[in-house]
Write a protein that binds this ligand. Structure first.
Ligand code: PEP
Length: 252
């Protein structure tokens, strides 16, 4: 019943023209060969309004990679959830490990961002995951549980229905190291159990939990074959249509 999703995270790659070309090529590829899952691309802010004109009316959903923790006002350089929504985007990635580690985004800041994103009608792709040292110390479950509790546990079950979770072990992001499908399944099952405790069995059953971290066409089918893995959040491999489509096709 829960959705299968492949979402791309373009990060800070491609200028506007290159982004338009990539979205246009993806649109053509998916029009020729319809996906068996939901497909989302998350782009830099400046691409959103233009790419929305390409993805509108297609199977491709559109998202931002971040939004501000304030609603509006004198916050030079920030982009609000309302602004993201006004471009035509439907999603926003929040809590990516690069935002947490390079930009000091704490659980408290992320809680504000999640609240604002939901209040503005965006679906949130909320990222969680442990760093290498935490996994080596066997602390991955407690780290992920604290990330969930710190930013999401004041939501109502109704609000939580608009959250997609992405488990991204930080040691696997952009490193070429992938969690084994069993490591992914163990963590996804743990996360689903935590969600059941907090929001109830139905919410846990319905929430899509994506895996992220060096996912490629060659390993996607194996990872997606696990019962608690509902798709992927894809970084590097989302920048080439052939690779991204290869991952999307893992659901066929
Ligand atoms: C990401 O940054 O969300 C990600 C999963 O990156 P990559 O696929 O490049 O590891």
């Amino acid at each position: 019943m829960r959705k299968k999703i492949v979402a791309g995270n373009w990060k800070m790659n491609m200028n506007l023209q290159e982004g338009v070309a990539l979205a246009t090529e993806l649109k053509a590829a998916l029009a020729a060969d319809a996906p068996a899952c939901d497909v989302v691309i998350c782009t830099p802010f400046i691409h959103l309004a233009t790419v929305a004109g390409i993805t509108e009316g297609t199977v491709i959903g559109l998202g931002a990679e971040n939004c501000a923790d304030k609603a509006k006002g004198a916050y030079t350089g920030e982009v609000s959830a309302e602004m993201v929504k006004s471009t035509g985007a439907q999603y926003v990635i929040l809590g990516h490990s690069e935002r947490r580690s390079y930009y000091g985004e704490t659980a408290e800041i992320l809680k504000e961002k999640v609240n604002l994103a939901l209040a503005n009608g965006l679906k949130v792709i909320f990222c969680i995951g442990e760093v290498k040292e935490e996994r080596e110390a066997g602390k991955q479950n407690e780290v992920v549980a604290a990330q969930l509790a710190g930013s999401l546990y004041e939501l109502t079950a109704e609000q939580f229905a608009n959250i997609i979770l992405a488990y991204e072990p930080v040691w696997a992001i952009g490193t070429g190291l992938t969690a084994t499908s069993d490591q992914a399944e163990d963590m996804h099952a743990f996360i689903r159990g935590e969600i059941a405790k907090q929001f109830g069995a139905e919410a846990a059953e319905n929430v899509s939990i994506l895996y992220g971290g060096s996912c490629k066409p060659s390993n996607a089918k194996e990872i997606f074959s696990k019962p608690d893995v509902d798709g992927g959040l894809i970084g590097g491999a989302a920048l080439k249509v052939a690779d991204f489509k290869g991952i999307i096709d893992a659901w066929k």
